[in-house]
Design a protein. Structure first.
Length: 58
């Protein structure tokens, strides 16, 4: 006996909230930009991030 195939495809709603591919890509890109800016600021000021916050030695 052959199985019948559905005649209607369900409409999937693409959400922009929660754990999904869009959110993960956006978070990853923001983290990469933040890290690159951290390195740039550290290079320009010649101080580490702890020194910026007053927690480390210069």
């Amino acid at each position: 006996m052959a199985k019948l195939q559905p005649s209607v495809q369900p409409k999937l709603v693409v959400t922009r909230f929660g754990f999904n591919r869009f959110a993960e890509q956006l978070n990853g890109r923001a983290a990469m930009m933040g890290f690159a800016l951290l390195l740039l600021i550290e290079y320009v000021t010649a101080q580490n991030p702890l020194a910026w916050m007053g927690l480390g030695i210069n």
